[in-house]
Design a protein around this ligand. Structure first.
Ligand SMILES: *Cc1c(COP(=O)(O)O)cnc(C)c1O
Length: 360
């Protein structure tokens, strides 16, 4: 019999969203806007050169990123999605006996990355769906090698002020690596410069993605800002030629087309606000989102499940949150305004029906 190594045999597979169905997906926080036209032109041109390996150093892409954010291109690494960078960071800096610490509702892929690396994954409580810097500091111990914070957060959508992240960094020991995942950073109106500047300390990394605001989830491209000594180790664990040539070309063109991204982000936020306002008017209390999704808490797990069934019947798929310990919540990615408001009405009606049944 062929046997896997025990740690792999014991692992649960990563719980992907349910994508096989014909339902309209609000489950993966993909952009509801297509990539910009110039991005498609750049991608097609790169496909015509498909006989060649991609640039293993991501030159043009790093230049485009560095120009927009006024960063040192040498401090940037690109990944096949920022998930690849997360996995490499954990494997490089946390192993058996070590611990990675995240907020209670931290990005669930991190737990998988920790199992792959053989290190422990631990969480610190949040307060009202918002990361608590004090709780993270209280939970950090001698085994803590990495503290990982998404800001804005997934699945909560909430954000910490930059000043809180600076306070966290200043209070953590300098031998603890802080990773700030800004996959939704483009939806946050705070100035990113003070966060990028943290990489200059040598003990902090900042991650970004092309999958959300830039509408390139299918291209699998993310990037991060790494202190030189951290980046050197992470790079050893990336596949050489990790980002496909067409993906690099599309991502670079997307970065150069800031105006299109800003416009789609503004339109996404407007739809999100209309959706949230409708739910709030009906008595729901979603935490304030700074992303392209909304977390919706219900009275309990049974109510959330009843809403999920009603939405599926009407052709919509939201993301269940039981894997995050939030079985009473559903997460809704922003889609076009008409269907999004339809989703709000279905939720409101389904809850009314469920509550009437519960009291009958
Ligand atoms: C979507 C997401 C990512 C990134 O994903 P990639 O597609 O791999 O770039 C990273 N972190 C969080 C919190 C996300 O929601």
């Amino acid at each position: 019999m062929i046997r896997p190594v025990p740690a792999v045999a014991a692992m649960q597979p990563y719980a992907l969203a349910d994508t096989a169905s014909a339902l309209m997906s609000l489950a993966q926080n993909e952009s509801c806007f297509p990539p910009a036209p110039a991005v498609l032109v750049a991608g097609r041109a790169a496909l015509a050169r498909g006989a060649l390996y991609p640039d293993p150093d991501w030159h043009a892409l790093r230049q485009a990123i560095a120009a927009v954010h006024r960063l040192d291109p040498g401090a940037i690494l690109c990944g096949a999605g920022s998930m690849e960078l997360i996995g490499a960071l954990v494997r490089a800096f946390a192993g058996p006996g070590d611990e990675v610490l995240a907020p209670e509702y931290g990005y669930i892929y991190l737990a998988t990355a920790c199992r792959q690396a053989g290190c422990a994954y631990r969480t610190a409580p949040e307060a009202g769906f918002t990361v608590s810097v004090d709780a993270l500091l209280a939970a950090a111990g001698p085994a803590t090698r990495i503290v990982f914070v998404c800001n804005p957060g997934n699945p909560t959508g909430t954000r910490l002020p930059n000043a809180e992240l600076l306070r966290l960094r200043a209070a953590l020991p300098p031998d603890v690596l802080l990773v700030i995942d800004q996959a939704y950073g483009e939806f946050d109106d705070q100035d990113p410069a003070p966060i990028f500047a943290l990489a200059g300390r040598g003990d902090t990394c900042v991650l970004r993605s092309f999958s959300k605001a830039y509408g390139l989830a299918g291209a699998r491209c993310g990037w991060g800002l790494f202190p030189p000594a951290i980046g050197t180790e992470v790079r050893k664990l990336l596949n050489p030629n990790n980002v496909a040539a067409a993906s690099q070309a599309m991502a670079a063109a997307a970065m150069e087309g800031e105006a299109y991204m800003r416009e789609t982000v503004a339109r996404t936020a407007a739809i999100r606000r209309a959706f949230t306002a409708r739910l709030e008017a009906a008595g729901f209390k979603p935490p304030e989102s700074h992303t392209n999704f909304v977390l919706i808490p219900f009275a309990g797990m049974a109510e959330a499940q009843a809403v999920d069934r009603a939405l599926r019947q009407r052709g919509y798929l939201l993301r269940g949150m039981a894997g995050y310990g939030l079985g009473h919540c559903l997460r809704a990615t922003v889609i076009a305004e008409g269907p999004m408001l339809d989703v709000a009405e279905i939720i409101i009606a389904a809850v009314a029906t469920h509550r009437a049944g519960a009291t009958a």
